[in-house]
Design a protein around this ligand. Sequence first.
Ligand SMILES: NC(=O)c1ccc[n+]([C@@H]2O[C@H](COP(=O)([O-])OP(=O)(O)OC[C@H]3O[C@@H](n4cnc5c(N)ncnc54)[C@H](O)[C@@H]3O)[C@@H](O)[C@H]2O)c1
Length: 419
Amino acid sequence: MTIDLVVMGLGHVGLPLARAAVQAGLTTAGYDVSGAVVTGLSEGRSHVGGVADADVAAMLDAGFHATADPAVLDGAQTVVICVPTGLTPEGLPDLSAVVDAAQAVAARLRAGMLVVLESTSHPGTTEDVVRPLLEQGSGLRAGEDFHLAYSPQRIDPGNPTWGVANTPKVVSGCTPLCAKYATAFYGRFVDRLVVARGTREAEMAKLLENTYRYVNIALVDEVALFCHRTGIDVWDVLHCAATKPFGFAPFTPGPGVGGHCIPVDPRYLATRAESQGFSFRMLAAAHEVLSRMPEHVVYRALALLGEVRGRPEGARALLLGVTYKADVADVRETPARPVAAGLLAAGVDVSYHDPYITEFTVDGRPLPRATKLRDALDRADVAILLQQHACYAREALGRARCALLDTRGKAVGSGVTLL
Ligand SMILES: NC(=O)c1ccc[n+]([C@@H]2O[C@H](COP(=O)([O-])OP(=O)(O)OC[C@H]3O[C@@H](n4cnc5c(N)ncnc54)[C@H](O)[C@@H]3O)[C@@H](O)[C@H]2O)c1
């Protein structure tokens, strides 16, 4: 049986992609190595924020199925690889999932197939890593027997405005013909395609997009540190600067960066550059500033606790919002973890409130969770707003009985201390 599309890796990227394809009428299946993911989806449960259970049910009704059996690749006209590209414990790029996925495709590659890599990685991954695996594993040639493309994913979890269909998509191919096939494929469910000169340009464009955020967040964080040192209100500075209608893109300071894109992707760029004898000094400087931010939050919180309680030992700190992003149930690489660890190390009694996260561990130990915000604010000595979830209303925070350290510039009130 032939099938239009098999999505490999049904996570934050793969599942919304599969949904968009199904909605556009493509016969679609999903392949994932996780039994839990496959079982959940097969039973109509979504594990990805922004994709509702009802969406999965509609996908299943339209013929979508998820499987851990690579035989599903046999009938695929197009395979899109959306597997994770994280870091090793040493902090180096980990391409093992991409390699595994490419090997699985290679074993079942047929003439005429289109294979697209969407995972974020350094320039050269499609040509130098995926292509040889596919060619050696199948005996077929990219650009001659099958088509190989790279198209970075731009999904913004929790964004209600920009989704797969209306976000312009960069597409590239190993050959112009490969790019043409990839363009024809994505054109079936993406409104606007931008064709890159080659796969390296598309890979680099994705890294530039996320590195741009990384460096600019580091810049405003450092401005915030300087403003604190010199008694300048950084939030007013940002408010004023953001009124410039041209040449200035606003970014806001915070407790550090999280998720598995913004802190991770620059490592791919820096490591690749180093291997080619090039040193990205901007990345090193940004990394240094960003990794200091949780420490700064701890320092500021301890100073506040000192004012309120005299000493940090036994004082109660409440973390508000432990996810890496507002209104998204994801704690990967969240700066809330080093903040909690720093406070615990100082003897502070730390708990958290987050409507999206039922269990939050720090150094392997679960942190006590508060479910009633008002009561938790009454009990705490200091609350630290780490993430601006919609449930943290500005006025309610401002009226909190405890002192509030606001790392997001959101609250107003006499007990509020801004980062
Ligand atoms: N999450 C985002 O916001 C985002 C945005 C843009 C780009 N990206 C990039 O997209 C890629 C995927 O990220 P994600 O957030 O969807 O990851 P994820 O962890 O949410 O999902 C990845 C899925 O792939 C599965 N998987 C792992 N190895 C596999 C294999 N060999 N074969 C089949 N399935 C496999 C996992 O079980 C998991 O379900 C990464 O390169 C990431 O950097 C992510």
